[in-house]
Design a protein around this ligand. Structure first.
Ligand code: EPU
Length: 302
């Protein structure tokens, strides 16, 4: 989608928004799949309500893109623009055992930054790619840790009210890869409370998690992490593996040879082929195990 209304472009600029025309979302997603559209960089949090009103008044469809590590985006010219909070480095402010983190900060970078200041607990999250905001929305987790356990306060844009709000962590439910945020809530900042731990100890934990991840996951290939959520008490990866589907392909979309719940983009896969592969695997698991796998990856269609 192209924004070509000059009055709108001028007003967006006044609100601190940078418009990047015709951006390929192949470059913005870990799967390297996605069409083309205009991208808006929202450089000033406080203007977000006004920017959102402006887009609504001008009937501009839009979606917020975080780190792009858990999303599968349709191909071609997209009928909506993408909004983006520019990444903050490090985007973390410490106050005793509290870390106030910008949603756009890199999750791994945040874990490392806190570790260097003797704040631990999040070692398991070290290799989870993406932004802190994305991790919050889906309650990212790994190796027995989930980010929701450490959340004390969240600053977010509540689209339903058109306002920025600060809410307590206990106002949100954090379940396995699911939260009670509204789909159009936009994470802006989070206050985490982390246990004190010597850096050396945290580092040792980080190393163990990194090794486990390296030995079982295809980290050097283009993927969105696990495609499906694990069903209660089960493992999607194990079932797909047992069905002999590692290496199964639709075009350039392939079930990883290393971890069967990772689907990789071998080279320039289309979204359509990745979706066909997802449907095929889901159907095979349904017919053999009677289990309907739920997507973990978020699919953006037209
Ligand atoms: N397994 C196989 N074959 C495979 C993959 C796994 O037999 O191809 C078996 C393993 O041997 C193991 C069991 O399945 O006995 C579970 O595998 P693993 O330990 O790799 O964990 P997972 O349940 O597949 C989950 C998360 C990962 C997270 C790891 C480590 C989900 C959907 N996945 O994977 O998170 O990194 O545990 O904690 O919850 C993600 O969410 O994107 C993700 C990568």
């Amino acid at each position: 989608m192209r924004l070509d209304d000059n009055a709108l472009l001028v007003r967006l600029k006044e609100l601190g928004v940078e418009v990047r025309p015709s951006v390929s979302l192949v470059e913005k997603t870990s799967l390297a799949i996605g069409g083309t559209t205009d991208q808006l960089l929202l450089r000033r949090y406080e203007t977000i309500p006004e920017v959102m009103r402006l887009l609504a008044d001008n009937r501009v469809p839009h979606r917020f893109l975080g780190g792009g590590t858990n999303v599968l985006i349709t191909d071609g010219e997209l009928p909506w623009i993408v909004l983006h909070l520019p990444a903050a480095h490090p985007g973390v402010q410490l106050d005793g055992n509290f870390a106030v983190v910008d949603a756009s900060a890199d999750l791994g970078g945040t874990v490392t930054f806190c570790a260097k200041h003797d704040l631990g607990g999040m070692e398991g999250l070290i290799g989870v790619p993406g932004s802190v905001g994305g991790a919050l929305r889906m309650n990212a987790g790994a190796y027995g840790t989930q980010i929701g356990s450490y959340v004390r306060e969240i600053e977010l844009y509540r689209a339903a009210k058109g306002e920025i709000e600060i809410i307590h962590g206990d106002q949100i439910r954090f379940d396995y890869r699911h939260t009670s945020f509204a789909p159009d809530d936009v994470m802006l900042r989070v206050k985490l409370e982390l246990p004190s731990k010597p850096y050396k100890e945290i580092l040792a934990g980080i190393k163990v998690c990194n090794e486990k991840r390296r030995s079982s996951q295809p980290l050097n290939q283009k993927s969105a992490g696990c495609i499906f959520k694990n069903p209660p008490g089960g493992s999607a990866g194990r079932m797909i593996d047992e069905l002999g589907l590692k290496g199964h392909r639709v075009g350039e979309a392939m079930v990883s040879e290393r971890h069967a719940n990772f689907f990789v983009n071998v080279a320039n896969s289309s979204c359509a082929d990745m979706l066909k592969l997802i449907d095929y695997v889901r159907e095979r698991v349904r017919s053999s195990y009677g289990i309907e796998l739920e997507n973990e990856v978020i699919v953006w269609r037209n």
